[in-house]
Write a new protein. Structure first.
Length: 93
């Protein structure tokens, strides 16, 4: 499967491989470009046997291992997400 998929709503999904596998070429660069443009994204992440969604703006990328998402509300809550746990990134156009 391609690491970029557009659905009918115009939403883009970027899928890295499963945990323990090498990341697709350019995935970290994609995260950096999203950060540069200060765009809100939703990350779908694996947590045990379940998945969950976390929405926010990319605050920083720590050592190419963790993504820091800052919540879109006024609370400035930071979520630290291990990059190899990300199943998909949804970016609204």
């Amino acid at each position: 499967m391609s690491d970029e998929v557009k659905n009918q709503a115009g939403t883009e999904r970027h899928r890295p491989p499963r945990r323990g596998c090498p990341r697709p070429e350019g995935f970290i660069d994609l995260l950096r470009s999203i950060r540069r443009f200060d765009r809100e994204i939703t990350c779908i992440i694996r947590s045990g046997t379940n998945c969950c969604e976390i929405t926010g703006c990319v605050g920083e990328i720590v050592c190419d291992e963790y993504l820091v998402l800052i919540s879109p509300n006024d609370a400035c809550v930071r979520n630290y997400i291990r990059i190899d746990c990300i199943c998909a990134i949804i970016q609204e156009d």
